[in-house]
Design a protein around this ligand. Structure first.
Ligand code: ADP
Length: 483
């Protein structure tokens, strides 16, 4: 398992990424809260003085269209005193020319020279909520000013009202709102990351189990499997079962390889022992030329057997390797079978042939010759000198090659195994019939390589009947020139 520091854990990465994304989202929320609070408080301050101006206007603007300043009750405390705790409002009434014609008593409490006597803001301009309030110091008091026009019902300008108020600590209020919301968001972010940290631990537990299982495996010990992941998510369960299936396949392949190595060394050992024995006996004392010839004949036969075996193994490995390219072309099956049977001319009297000339297949000739020869060789070898029938027939979209004998037969329990490498039935071993158990394995692989299917049926040993090997090849179109 890779525990190197160069790989940061999935959990760390997830937390980092979620942290960044959620953090950015929270920053945006914070910016909106901050901006919203600023605008709201700014507008609220404006609204406050505007409603006062409206109220004053409703008193002093008379229905006849004239200004009656005394109509408003100026004796309220917030017009009399200037202490910030009573939130005083400082009101000036100006005539249409902008000259002060009235001011509230609390303005008198300031140094009059310091208090502005003219309009500070232009009542005809509407200010945006994003703008700073128009403020200035009057002595040590910081006030903000707003001016509004006073108009008759007909819209005639009668004058202006200018109201000043202590500038509220907008920035302080905004800062508190911002800090409180930032605090809440930070706590939320921390809580979210903490929960995520706990949850990812649980989510990743199945992956750790799979990794631990993988860690415990080796070529010699492939029996470990990921246990049932109770309560795990679907993807992890799927991964675990795919991993277990992969292990099953690997385990199977490793077992096949081990069995193959054992079988192959055993198969090589037997002829080499025979050769060595004959050589030792021959060398023990001087022999006649006849005796040396017999020894050499035995050695030659064993070497032939070894050569056949190594050729078969080579071919099997070529068939198993997808890297090796072997050609295929349209092949006339009857001609090919005829060519293959030439090798058995000595036994031709017991071989009968029936062939449909219309059977063409896409095939590799060299491989197909080996296939036919192996089947016929077996039929002759295990056929107890009985008749052997070789047939090529057509069956809907298939060309069917059948090789049939009436020999020793195959037990039902052997039928599934005789295609395995080096497998030979007890029946033929007991009869002492030669062979290496590679012929049918080759037939099987060659058939599969051509996209065909091999079916085997046989009577049980000791009973009379047929042993039949049938191969169904997909038909190829008949070449034009032969039509
Ligand atoms: P071998 O070299 O032993 O013939 P094969 O791979 O060709 O190897 O065949 C595998 C086994 O299948 C044989 O050993 C034999 O037990 C069985 N077998 C194959 N062909 C026949 C047949 N025509 N009749 C009976 N048994 C057969």
């Amino acid at each position: 398992m890779v525990r190197g520091t160069q790989h940061s854990s999935f959990r760390k990465r997830l937390l980092l990424r979620v942290g960044i994304v959620v953090g950015l989202a929270f920053l945006l929320v914070e910016a909106v809260v901050w901006g919203g609070a600023t605008i709201y408080l700014r507008m609220d301050a404006e609204r406050f003085v505007r409603s006062e101006a409206d109220e004053i206007s409703s008193f002093v603007v008379r229905s006849g269209g004239e200004l009656l300043i005394d109509a408003y009750p100026w004796n309220e405390p917030h017009h009399l005193f200037n202490e910030p705790r009573i939130d005083p409002l400082f009101v000036q009434i100006m005539n249409p020319e902008g000259q002060e014609i009235y001011f509230t008593p609390n303005i008198d409490l300031f140094n009059r020279g310091a208090y502005p006597r003219q309009m500070v803001t232009d009542p005809l301009i509407s200010y945006s909520p994003f703008q700073e309030l128009e403020s200035r110091f009057v002595g040590s008091a910081l006030l903000y000013f707003s001016s509004y026009s006073l108009r008759s019902r007909e819209g005639q300008l009668l004058g202006f009202v200018q109201i000043a108020r202590y500038l509220p600590d907008l920035q302080g209020a905004v800062r508190s709102v911002g800090l409180i919301s930032a605090g809440i968001l930070l706590v939320l972010l921390g809580g979210l990351l903490f929960l995520l940290h706990l949850q990812t631990g649980r989510l990743l537990a199945p992956l750790h189990r799979i990794a631990r299982t993988a860690d415990s495996l080796s070529a010699e010990k492939l029996d470990g499997r990921v246990p049932d992941l109770v309560g795990a998510d679907r993807e992890s369960v799927f991964l675990a079962s795919a991993f277990n299936r992969l292990l099953d396949r690997l385990d199977g392949s490793f077992n096949d390889m081990r069995r193959f190595t054992a079988d192959a060394s055993h198969q090589l050992q037997t002829p080499l022992t025979v050769v060595k024995g004959h050589v030792d006996v021959a060398l023990r004392k001087p022999r006649s030329a006849d005796s040396y010839q017999r020894t050499l004949k035995v050695i030659g036969d064993e070497v032939d057997g070894l050569t056949r075996m190594s050729r078969s193994l080579l071919l099997l490995s070529r068939l198993d390797s997808s890297m090796v390219h072997m050609e295929r072309r349209q092949v006339h099956l009857a001609d090919l079978v005829t060519d293959a049977l030439e090798e058995f001319s000595a036994s031709s009297n017991c071989i009968s042939v029936q062939m449909d000339e219309a059977a063409w297949v896409m095939a590799n000739e060299e491989l197909c010759l080996i296939l036919v020869r192996n089947l016929v060789e077996n039929a002759l070898k295990y056929g107890e000198s009985g008749p052997v029938v070789v047939e090529v027939t057509l069956e809907s979209e298939y060309a069917v090659l059948t090789v049939q004998d009436e020999g020793v037969g195959i037990k039902e329990s052997d039928l599934n195994m005789i295609r395995d490498l080096f497998y030979r039935s007890d029946t033929v071993r007991d009869l002492g019939l030669p062979g290496n158990g590679l012929g049918l394995a080759l037939v099987d692989r060659i058939t599969a390589w051509h996209g065909g299917t091999l079916s085997i049926s046989s009577h049980p040993p000791g009973e009379v009947g047929f042993t039949r090997f049938s191969i169904r090849f997909p038909l190829a179109p008949t070449p034009l020139k032969t039509r």
